[in-house]
Design a protein around this ligand. Sequence first.
Ligand code: FAE
Length: 558
Amino acid sequence: MTKQKNNDAHTFSRRRFLGVSALTSASAIGLTTISLSATQKAQAGWFSPTELVQPQAPDGIASHYPAIIIGSGYGGAVSALRLGEEGVQTLVIEMGMNWNQAASDGKTFCTMTKPDGRSFWFKDRTEAPLDTIFGIDLVNRNIDRYPGVLDRMQHDGIDVFLGRCVGGGSIVNGGMAVTPKRDYFEEILPNVSSDDMYDTYYPRVRDMLNVNEVPEDIYASKYYRFSRVGEKTAEKAGFKTASVPNVYDFNYMRQEISGDVEKSGLGNEVIYGNNAGKQSLDRNYIPAAIGTGNVTLRCMTKVTRIQQDSNGIYHLNLETINVSGEVIETLSVSCEKLLLGAGSIGTSELLLRARETGDLPNLSEEIGQGWGNNGNLMLARKNKFWDYTGGQQSGFPVRGIDNWDDPEFPAFAELAPLPAGIETYTSLYLAITKNPERGHIQYDVATDSATVVWRADQEKVGLDIAEGLFDKINAATRTDYRTGLFSNGTHHSDPFTYHPLGGCLLNKATDNYGRVNGYQNLYVVDGSLLPGNLGVNPFLTITAMAERNIEHIIANDL
Ligand code: FAE
């Protein structure tokens, strides 16, 4: 084991640089295994090539690792970097693609207005959360089946959107990096020191993810008129608004406005990936992890089964697919420490399958419980004609209506863009309501997959809160709701979430640091640890919690 922990900025940026070049060159020649070559490691001077654990084929992986991480989203990426810095040879397994190569149009990712196969995970047609503009079918398109970045999973009573690629949700999300209110954090996670989180881990991850706030000059531009109108109408009804920090680089956006660079955040590049200004995980944690020389990433490879032998070693079955979705290789790998970062649903599915099929029979009944949609729903209002919102809008939200502390209609409602290219006089909101309802995830033997169970009456609790709030805005501004955006003919979305949370709750299915009850050396590191409603968008908390937990695990379990 070769320790390389060194957090200084120079070392970090050198590792990140090496990792980015490894990701880019692997993407260029279609490799699914990405790590620093022995030559790069030797050139970097960190250790001699003879220290390599096992020789690897150009696109192969070793059969055994001290640590394996499933999933390359926030929880997986943080854990990979910290284990790599500690000198632990670690394999990260990711079912989605590594997106580091421009296609024939010169772009890595496609836009929301001209989607193609790069947008969705093996679908024939896009399934965007908004279906129509004024009832006209202008949003969704037929596409080629391809391992695109975004997935929409239909569950029992709710649809769940997920990132399916190297970087997980960081590639497809809106970049909103919000710290929860401290008193609410203490209420929902009473066993986690809020001093540690608010003084150490939240600041650390804000720094790592390059979180910044929109400067006044950009906010005053036409691209944020929709947001200023949203603030004005909310304030007219007596509501407070709050700044929403983002990982989109606003210095880059300023150059987009001046025309010095091509439009990216201002060019409809959001939920199908962003080609320039967004600081997703493939630009920070993941390349820095690979750059330690101790982390290997295997993409297009799904973990299908987890077993443990009598020596406590974990054995994983893997399937590698090609871009048509055909399985081209089946593999098995083993490890001493197994970390699950496959997201709320992916991690719960793997553990439920292992429990129900008898592979890991000592897993507790808590697996699959406590799932929540973070109170998510979308809703639209009309504005007066003088409150036009603009046909060109930034794709990255920066303000929200903060009504969280209201006992009657508690919600944090983000002022979301609707960059339709034409004037719509519409305010769109992504509301996070304080919905206390919880669903669960169950394993279906017949389909060998997990399903979220969420009832219509559970959804209605959130909708009632949101409508209570927006009824007041409509009354104060003498406006009404907007239909024609959602296929159900109403002014709000059908049950869906961008923020699946829970399924392996901290201090219920695991201990206070994500160690899974019933097994040694088995850890959960992602959003499945967190209670089903955080009050704000979740990735900052998932990342900060992963930093806290892996630090404790490295100090105590290695
Ligand atoms: P996640 O990022 O989902 O990563 C899990 C990874 O595991 C994925 O890459 C999967 O492909 C992979 N995986 C799953 N199963 C397997 C398997 N069996 N084998 C191998 N790999 C597997 O997990 N949050 C915010 O805070 N702010 C926002 O603005 C925001 N906007 C969003 C917009 C959209 C459209 C979506 C979909 C989400 C948004 N989110 C936002 C949510 C956020 O991205 C999400 O909470 C985190 O990405 C979850 O992080 P995890 O590490 O839990």
